[in-house]
Design a protein around this ligand. Structure first.
Ligand code: SAM
Length: 323
């Protein structure tokens, strides 16, 4: 089902209060939400920074953009004016968007990575192993490669690599082998085809004892590959120091360890990228810290939030401030 503007998204935002607190929003702030989704965070942010703030909301999914146009204009009394810019694009292109909008820096940037509830449960794009749908998995429908293309065209070793690298799947080689065996008979095009292959490969004992659905890691890996998720995150992060104003905050919510690692290591390198030998009494390489981590450990949802929204259970929020 494509987006229908009579039914706004029903996404429940994760760590809503924490995000607004840690973004350090004030009336007049310029804030970017790089992952609009269902606009839950966006609506809260706008309340903090208006009337004289500026909000730039980005999403690569056209459904999210159409939803944002309706939802944000409703919450603003049908008035999206030049204080709000809704951009259909990838957050990795944020420097270009800011340039086009004539902005040299912003005070706060939020990324809430992963999928919206709409994408997972309503979009019919094959994101969920609980549904029988075409294996599409594109968040941005302007891209041409679907998950089905990858499953049917990549070599066995390339598939195994993706499953291992992006899904941390121990059965990666056996699953890739089975896929190649099956696709020589007929193409694999649906989520159920793929789930059945994974189940055939998994040892019965593992199927019985595993806490997560057996196809969880394979679906995660495919989604990351289809959407180039880690590359876009890395490209985005590399530009953050040039986009934030002094005192500006970056908040990133990630849902798996590969994303969290990128964010954690970047913040660490901005904070302490000194390359001197640790035995030297003082720094000689001239490294100047650009950021400080606002919280040492990532913020995670409370048990109460997880009970209300089980999809939030793996969320981790990291926060950095430009010095
Ligand atoms: C978890 S949802 C965001 C939910 C939102 N924070 C809310 O409160 O409703 C993630 C959204 O980010 C978008 N997204 C993911 N990666 C993106 C990227 N690289 N560029 C732009 N949008 C992206 C997805 O299309 C999806 O709509």
């Amino acid at each position: 089902m494509a987006y229908n503007d009579m039914q706004p998204f029903t996404h429940i935002s994760v760590l809503q209060e924490e995000v607004c607190h840690y973004l350090n929003l004030k009336p007049g702030s310029i804030c970017v939400d790089g992952t609009l989704g269902g606009c839950g965070h966006a609506r809260s942010i706008i309340k903090y920074i208006f009337p004289n703030g500026r909000f730039i909301g980005i999403d690569q999914d056209i459904d999210a953009i159409k939803n944002a146009e309706v939802v944000l204009s409703k919450s603003l009394g049908n008035l999206i004016d030049n204080r709000i810019n809704i951009v259909h694009g990838n957050f990795s292109e944020l420097p270009k968007f800011l340039d086009l909008l004539g902005l040299t820096g912003v005070d706060a940037i939020l990324l809430d990575l992963g999928l919206s509830f709409h994408q997972l449960m309503e979009s019919q794009r094959g994101f969920s192993f609980q549904k029988d749908e075409f294996l599409d998995m594109r968040m941005d429908n302007r891209n041409t490669t679907t998950a089905a293309d990858i499953i049917n065209q990549y070599s066995e070793s390339a598939l195994a690599d993706i499953f291992f690298k992006y899904g941390e799947e121990r059965m990666s080689k056996r699953i890739a082998h089975k896929i190649v065996e099956k696709r020589t008979v007929s193409p694999i095009t649906t989520t159920i085809d793929l789930v059945n292959i994974v189940k055939q490969v998994m040892p019965v004992k593992l199927l019985k004892t595993q806490k997560i659905h057996p196809a969880t890691r394979i679906f995660q890996a495919l989604r990351i590959e289809v959407n180039g998720e880690l590359e876009h995150l890395k490209n985005f992060i590399a530009n953050v120091p040039n986009m934030l104003n002094k005192g500006g905050r970056l908040c990133v919510i990630s849902f798996h360890s590969l994303e969290d690692r990128v964010v954690k290591h970047s913040i660490r390198s901005w904070e302490n990228g000194c390359t001197c030998h640790k035995n030297l009494p003082e720094c000689l390489c001239g490294f100047v810290p650009k950021f400080k981590a606002v919280v040492r450990k990532p913020i995670i949802p409370s048990q109460k939030e997880i009970n209300l929204n089980p999809l939030s259970r793996s969320a981790k929020l990291r926060v950095a401030e430009k010095l």
